[in-house]
Design a protein around this ligand. Structure first.
Ligand code: GLU
Length: 464
């Protein structure tokens, strides 16, 4: 069975890079009818793991991801880690090291002066003497002194590290007894039965150390997939300036979770030239072996394009339930569908969708001064007044009414269209005036036209 996991360190929010890692692990587990586990790496007790778990819970709930079983907290597993440290010590695969900080510092200085790589010199590796007093020892693993650690990464292919270049006898437990990062990851991945580790390639240099530990502990080594980072369009590390960092911020900005997941799955993975993926299709097609070996680039326009696509194609009921999150719910309104159909073509985000809705359903509180300046002419009030009279008498739909009015008065649509638009919405940019009129109905149309006429008359314009 394929068992994957997402193992974030607590930060209090879920980063979009983290969500992509979680998504890849989730998809691979689901595709294989396996398990997707969640582990909070909170051995640094100063940071709040509950908050982090809640943030992940919230983001998963929003995006529709789910994990199996209970959340594992590393902070609750110290006894377990101790047990395995003891085991390695007993088997002489690890040892106590009494080197003081000063001694270690001196060693490093000497090595640096000789232009050597600073490293532990193995002093206590086979120590038989009497240990110095007053020093709480650390525990070090007996790492291979030479040779190579080679593994096949599912994304990057075969990777080799020279033992002497990277390993040292690295520390697995600090002098206060707490285990180090690489040690806890290995114990947990092994005991949780993780078969496939999909994680950021910032962890690549940890992998040989972890392999040394798997071997010392006699655990089966999982498959590794190291996913290249998401860069900004300039090829640098992604930062807050390039896009939101907190997953939930995307929700507040009016992105649909479907669009965000679709965006993330394609940042570093492809399936032919397909761009649009439902979650179901992602599960059907995702394979971590097809993750691109080079870094991907965050592309805000692509995200907006996807979001516009998902808004355009969402069922009306979904659009209104999404809009309700921003305080506007017209799902019960008789024009719910007409309005949604008008706006789904235009809104790139739900924030825009809601803004446009408000601009349409609410009478304008003011008129855009630049629009008035640009589109109002000396004949505007006259046109408007006779248009109002015409509409009051005419029975049919707004478009035919307007056409008939224009014909009768030898006018062109452009003579009055912007006037009507400003009267209806307060601005000169909006969806089609006839669509808006259909949605708000004759009474509201007349009211808004009359208000605007008033406004023009107050400015001193003659309407007859
Ligand atoms: N806790 C690590 C992080 O947040 C991930 C560990 C791993 O995936 O092996 O970067």
């Amino acid at each position: 069975m394929v068992i994957t996991r997402f193992a974030p360190s607590p930060t209090g929010y879920l980063h979009i890079g983290g969500l992509r890692t979680a998504l890849y692990n989730y998809l691979w587990a689901r595709r294989n009818n396996g398990k997707f586990l969640l582990r909070i790496e909170d051995t640094d007790l100063k940071r709040n793991s509950l908050e982090a778990a809640q943030a992940i819970e919230e983001a998963f709930k929003w995006t529709g991801l789910s994990y199996d079983g209970e959340v594992v907290y590393q902070s609750q597993r110290f006894d377990l880690y101790k047990k395995y440290i003891q085991k390695l010590l007993k088997e002489k695969k690890a040892y106590l090291c009494y080197m003081s900080k000063e001694e270690l510092d001196t060693l490093r200085e000497e090595q640096t002066a000789k232009k050597e790589r600073p490293r532990y010199n193995g002093k206590y590796r086979d120590f038989k003497g009497v240990p110095p007093l007053g020093i709480e020892p650390v525990v070090r693993i007996k790492a291979p002194l030479n040779g190579e650690i080679t593994f096949e990464d599912g994304v990057k292919g075969f990777i080799s590290f020279k033992a002497e270049d990277i390993l040292d006898d690295f520390i697995i437990a600090r002098s206060d007894g707490t285990p180090t990062y690489n040690f806890t990851v290995v114990i947990d991945d092994a005991l949780m039965g993780v078969t496939d580790v999909i994680r950021g390639d910032d962890h690549l240099s940890n992998t040989p150390k972890q392999i040394v530990l798997y071997e010392a502990l006699g655990f089966k080594i999982p498959k590794f997939f190291h996913v290249p980072m998401i860069n900004n369009p300039q090829g640098k590390k992604l930062s807050k300036r390039d896009g939101a960092m907190d997953v939930m911020e995307y929700k507040n900005l009016g992105y649909l979770s479907e669009a965000l997941l679709n965006f993330l799955v394609r940042l570093g993975w492809s399936h032919g030239d397909q761009e649009i993926f439902s979650l179901k299709e992602m599960i059907e097609f995702f394979d971590p072996h097809n993750i691109n070996a080079s870094a991907s680039s965050y592309n805000q326009q692509k995200l907006e394009w996807l979001n516009a696509y998902y808004i355009k194609n969402a069922p009306t009921s979904k659009l209104w339930s999404e809009a309700a999150l921003f305080g506007v719910d017209l799902s019960e309104d008789k024009n719910a569908k007409a309005l949604a159909d008008m706006l789904r073509e235009r809104a790139k985000t739900m924030v825009q969708f809601v803004q446009m809705t408000n601009n349409i359903i609410n009478e304008p509180l003011s008129y855009d001064a630049q629009a008035v300046e640009k589109f109002v002419t000396t004949s505007s009030a006259v046109y408007l007044k006779s248009y109002i009279t015409f509409l009051e008498e005419y029975g049919g739909d707004f478009e035919s009414a307007t056409n008939e009015f224009l014909e009768k008065n030898a006018l062109k649509l452009k003579d009055i269209a912007q006037l009507i638009r400003i009267a209806l919405t307060g601005s000169s940019v909006s969806p089609s005036i006839f669509e808006i009129m259909d949605v708000i109905g004759l009474q509201a149309v007349l009211l808004r036209l009359k208000r605007f006429l008033d406004f023009l008359e107050k400015k001193g314009m003659k309407s007859e």
